[in-house]
Design a protein around this ligand. Structure first.
Ligand SMILES: Nc1ncnc2c1ncn2[C@@H]1O[C@H](COP(=O)(O)OP(=O)(O)OP(=O)(O)O)[C@@H](O)[C@H]1O
Length: 334
C-alpha cells in the first residue's frame, strides 16, 4: 500500500519554519537496517527529531521499536544506515554522541534499598557529576519527576509509577539533548500511567528532544508532536496526529463484539458497499466503514442475520488505531 509519507519528512513538519528545523535538528536516523539471522527486525527506517520536539514510534509488539532505539542510542550497530545526534555521528564507540543521549529502558534499573535521592546521586556520580553540581541537578530532577517530597524514602516503598518516574529521572541527570523512553508505562496501573505521562509532559520545559516508543495510541496522541507508525520493521507513515488521520480518508470504525458465528458475520458484512475492510480481533469484528451513522443499522442486521449474537456495538471516529488498521490491515491493540 503506497500511503506512506515517510519519504518526505520535510513536507510533514508541524508548522515550524524549514530553516529552523535544519538548525535545530537533534537526531537524524537514516536508512537503518538490522537483521537477526533470518529476521529483519528493522528495514530501512529514517526519521528526524528537532529540539523540544516529542517524537513517537507507535507500533505493536515486535514491530521493531526497541531495535530502532537501540541503534539510535549506539547499543546496537546497524547492518546499514546511520545515526547522528546533535550533529555527531553515532558509532559503536562514539562517546561524544552517546553523551547527548539519555536512555530510559523498559526494565527498571534502580536500587530498591536506596532512597530516590541516593539513587539519583549514585547514577549522577557514575555520569561524572560531583559536589554542588550533583546536589543541584539531583534536586532539579526530583522536582521534574514529582518525587521531591518522597526523596528520602527507599524506592522499594514506591508505587510502580513512582519507580518508573525515578527510572526516567536517572536518564535526565546529565541533561541529555535527546531523551529516549522505551514503553515507559507497560505493566503499570492507569493512575500510575497518568503520573508518568504528566512527568514526561513536564520535560518539554527543559527543551529537550524526546523519542518515545509505545503501542498505546492514546499515549502517542497525548504526548507526541509527530508520530511515526511502525510495523514489520518499516515506517508506514509519519506526521502529526491530524496528518496521519487524513490518510484514512476520514473513515469510521465499527466494532462488533459477540459470540456465535463470527466468521459468518464477517462474511456477511464484508459484502456491504459501506464496508471497506473487516478484521478479526479476538472476539471482535473491526469494520472500516465510510459512514457509520447511516451504515450501522444494516450492518447489525446482516451480522445478526448470519448468526452472530452481538454483545456490544461500538462506533468510533477516526483515530490512530484506524490509521494503523488502514495502513497495515491489522489491529494495533494486543
Ligand atoms: N536479539 C534478537 N535476536 C533475535 N531476534 C530479535 C532480537 N531482538 C529483536 N528480535 C526480533 O526483532 C523483531 C523486532 O523486535 P523489537 O523488540 O525491536 O520490537 P518492539 O517493537 O520493540 O516490540 P516489543 O515491544 O515487544 O519489544 C521481533 O520479531 C523480535 O523477535
Amino acid at each position: 500500500m503506497n500511503l506512506s509519507v515517510t519519504g518526505e519528512p520535510e513536507a510533514l513538519r508541524s508548522g515550524r519554519g524549514e530553516g529552523a528545523n535544519v538548525a535545530e535538528k537533534v537526531l537524524g536516523a537514516q536508512g537503518l537496517v538490522k537483521r537477526f539471522g533470518p529476521v529483519t527486525a528493522v528495514d530501512g527506517v529514517s526519521f528526524e527529531i528537532a529540539a523540544g520536539e516529542t517524537f513517537g514510534l507507535l507500533g505493536p509488539n515486535g514491530a521493531g521499536k526497541t531495535t530502532t532505539i537501540s541503534m539510535v542510542a549506539g547499543l546496537l550497530v546497524p547492518d546499514a544506515g546511520s545515526v547522528t545526534v546533535a550533529g555527531v555521528p553515532m558509532g559503536g564507540s562514539s562517546v561524544e554522541a552517546k553523551r547527548h543521549i539519555g536512555l530510559v529502558p523498559q526494565d527498571l534499573a534502580i536500587y530498591p534499598d536506596l532512597s530516590a535521592r541516593a539513587n539519583l546521586e549514585y547514577f549522577g556520580r557514575l555520569q561524572g557529576l560531583r559536589g554542588s553540581t550533583l546536589r543541584q541537578r539531583t534536586a532539579e530532577v526530583l522536582e521534574l519527576i514529582g518525587l521531591a517530597d518522597r526523596a528520602k524514602e527507599p524506592s522499594k516503598k514506591f508505587s510502580g509509577g513512582m519507580k518508573r518516574r525515578l527510572n526516567i529521572g536517572v536518564g535526565l541527570l546529565h541533561r541529555p539533548t535527546l531523551l529516549i523512553l522505551d514503553e515507559p508505562t507497560v505493566g503499570v496501573d492507569p493512575q500510575s500511567r497518568n503520573s508518568i505521562l504528566e512527568s514526561i509532559e513536564a520535560l518539554s520545559v527543559e527543551g529537550m528532544a524526546v523519542l518515545y516508543t509505545t503501542h498505546y495510541m492514546e499515549e502517542a496522541e497525548r504526548l507526541c508532536d509527530r508520530i511515526a507508525i511502525i510495523d514489520d520493521g518499516r515506517l508506514q507513515a509519519e506526521g502529526t496526529r491530524d496528518q496521519l488521520i487524513e490518510l484514512t480518508g476520514g473513515v469510521d470504525t465499527i466494532r462488533l463484539t459477540g459470540s456465535g458465528s463470527l466468521d459468518a458475520g464477517a462474511a456477511a458484512v464484508e459484502q456491504m458497499p459501506a464496508v471497506r475492510r473487516v478484521v478479526r480481533d479476538h472476539g471482535t469484528l473491526v469494520l472500516t466503514v465510510s459512514n457509520a451513522p447511516t451504515a450501522i443499522a444494516p450492518i447489525v442486521n446482516a451480522a445478526t442475520g448470519a448468526g452472530l449474537s452481538l454483545a456490544d456495538v461500538e462506533i468510533s471516529r477516526p483515530d490512530l488505531e484506524s490509521v494503523f488498521l488502514h495502513l497495515t490491515g491489522k489491529a494495533l491493540r494486543d
